[in-house]
Design a protein around this ligand. Sequence first.
Ligand code: GLV
Length: 307
Amino acid sequence: MTVLYKADPVRGAQWSALFAQRAPDVPFRVWPDIGDPALIRYLVAWHPGDLVQTLPNLEAVFSVGAGVDQLDLASVPAHLPVVRMIEPGIVEGMLEYVSEAVLAIHRDLFDYALAQQARAWKPLPLTPASARRVGVLGLGMLGVAVLERLRIFGFDCAGWSRSAHTLEGVRCYAGADEFETFLARTDVLICLLPLTDATRGLLARRVFDALPTGASLVHVGRGPQLVADDLLDALARGQLRSAVLDVTDPEPLPPDHPLWTQPRVRITPHIASATRPDTAVDSLLDNLRRHCAGEPMIGLIDRQLGY
Ligand code: GLV
């Protein structure tokens, strides 16, 4: 049951070494050294391209990352399960990134950065965390973990997703009907939605204007979910106070893009979190075991929904 890896070759070498250590009986190959295509049962890839069609005995396709939007699902035969990466390393990175971003917004660090530039010693009133309403869009594994972490700081936490959820200490909103109500109570909006036709362009004027005036955005979903012009406009109008963007459209963001020079926008180059081979290998091995035992794999996507 050979596993073939096709993504970043440096990480591929790490995966290979980890497989040799932890599952020496599972042959692991790094593309383009695929050997006999008929022996490949599992493909772990970021952009598989046409590779899937050349592997006659493939049994499952695994995204090497948390998202599957980069995969052309139409090119993966319908009988093959597609699985996204759910592993502790990705969660940990995301918790750090979002916690830092929310705390920076909460503690007015955008304002203090501007004040520092002006050499102005200008204390602002402290707002208790319990009076700061954070809201997470998307209640998958990452969204739920982020809310659990933010609760520790005492924030007033809510989440929204397409379908109903129940989370301790978190007000959960679901579906289109409750979207506006969720937005109206959210001071810091965190986007952790997958990219689908339904979420492309979602972070636009309609959403920004439904938030309380002076709200902020933390965008750790996918670049094409954000309408950059609408964000710039909402910031210029004071409707939004600040934005932390880890994803942009396109990536890399071109040097002349107006977002770069916004003092109330902080941009990082899609580094909020990444799959960590040392933890991801165990999650993949667990899924291979599940697949062989006929048990449901963790992170199996619904191809109709696209996530
Ligand atoms: C990163 O964005 C990922 O999908 O893992």
